[in-house]
Write a protein that binds this ligand. Structure first.
Ligand code: GDP
Ligand code: CA
Length: 328
């Protein structure tokens, strides 16, 4: 069984951890893992150069979460982390004082940068870094080319997504998101095949605009998703009219989509029309949206979708896969 996941950082990583636990139960490999092959295609639109090193927030959140090294409460970064280097850099007045890199995390960025400087593409570098963390999935960046999401503010200024998200807490109204470098980007090796050869594709509760939306914007990805024989099932990141964590509502507002589980489904669209999904799982808080979605032709259901711990998340993955069995 081949499962492909299109992921951002925290939401996608937590979901994938639950999915792996479920698959380890259903399709055990005899060594505590699963015989299923899970490929995660990660958003790299949040990446940036900072202090001369390449930072890939979503790839790292996936690697640390699936590798058992994540700072659990924070959701990203390393546990048992310290910030002496960032504090000392700030004393030189360098970098972004609002975006600190942990000391252990910096080792990852240094290692990545060294390998990139040796000429390896990001996909090969990611594979190399993942050898240490053994995430239990094949981890692929969406592209080997640098694509960076910038936010167009009301006054026309463009700022890096992380500046808008972390420094301004998405509190400055955005007019649009621009993927700088997209015109020179192609899917990383393995990305299109992972979509075409999958038995099922899952869109986890990741940010639909700046995580999944960015992956879908890479030339060829949307078409591969529309054309694959695999069913494509999504889980809503919006519960009861609000994002569970983070400010995805500000991203949705910027592109004119209501922060509402059904509106996000319609934004992705059904593959039977011009969209990318076949089925949509909403939270029980949004059960009221299910009849309307079904009337429009969606295969939809409601279930608890709060990823409070691994067993709860594994149950969400099970509900998502159950939807696949209900497809016409
Ligand atoms: P990021 O790159 O770290 O922002 O992470 P993602 O894009 O993968 O996921 C962010 C999205 O995950 C946000 O829009 C949240 O609403 C959603 N999310 C986080 N935790 C949960 C949860 O427990 N349940 C659901 N349904 N969505 C969640
Ligand atoms: Ca992210």
């Amino acid at each position: 069984m081949k499962v492909t996941v299109l992921s951002g950082g925290v939401g996608g990583a937590r979901f994938t951890r639950g999915l792996l636990a479920l698959l380890a139960e259903r399709l055990p490999d005899g060594a505590g893992g699963t015989s299923a092959q899970v490929t995660v295609i990660a958003n790299t639109g949040d990446d940036m150069w900072l202090h001369g090193v390449r930072v890939c927030p979503d790839l790292d959140t996936l690697m640390y979460t699936l590798g058992g090294a994540v700072h659990e409460e924070q959701g990203w970064g390393r546990r048992d982390e310290s910030g002496r280097v960032s504090a000392d850099l700030a004393a030189y007045g360098l970098g972004w004082e609002w975006f600190t890199l942990g000391d252990l995390d910096l080792a990852t960025h240094l290692a990545r940068t060294e390998l990139l400087r040796d000429g390896l593409p990001l996909s090969a570098v990611t594979q190399r870094l993942a050898q240490r963390w053994r995430p239990g999935v094949r981890l692929l960046p969406m592209s080997d080319q640098e694509v960076e999401t910038h936010v167009e503010l009301e006054d026309g200024r463009l700022i890096h997504f992380e500046e808008w998200w972390v420094r301004h807490r998405a509190g400055v109204p955005a007019r649009a998101f621009v993927q700088v470098g997209l015109e020179h980007a192609e899917p990383a090796p393995g990305v299109l095949d992972a979509l075409r050869q999958a038995d099922v594709v899952v869109v986890p509760p990741s940010n639909p605009v700046v995580s999944v939306g960015t992956i879908l914007a890479v030339p060829g990805v949307r078409d591969a998703l529309r054309d694959t024989a695999a069913p494509v099932v999504g889980v809503s990141p919006v519960v009861g009219g609000a994002p569970v964590r983070g400010m995805a509502d500000a991203c949705l507002a910027a592109i004119g989509v209501r922060t509402d589980a059904a509106a996000v489904a319609r934004h992705y669209g059904r593959r039977a029309e011009a969209g990318v999904l076949d089925a949509w799982l909403v939270d029980t808080a949004d059960e009221g949206a299910v009849p309307g979605l079904r009337a429009e032709g969606w295969t939809a259901a409601a279930a608890p979708t709060l990823m409070t711990d691994v067993p709860a998340t594994s149950a969400i993955a099970a509900e998502a896969l159950r939807l696949v069995d209900r497809l016409p």
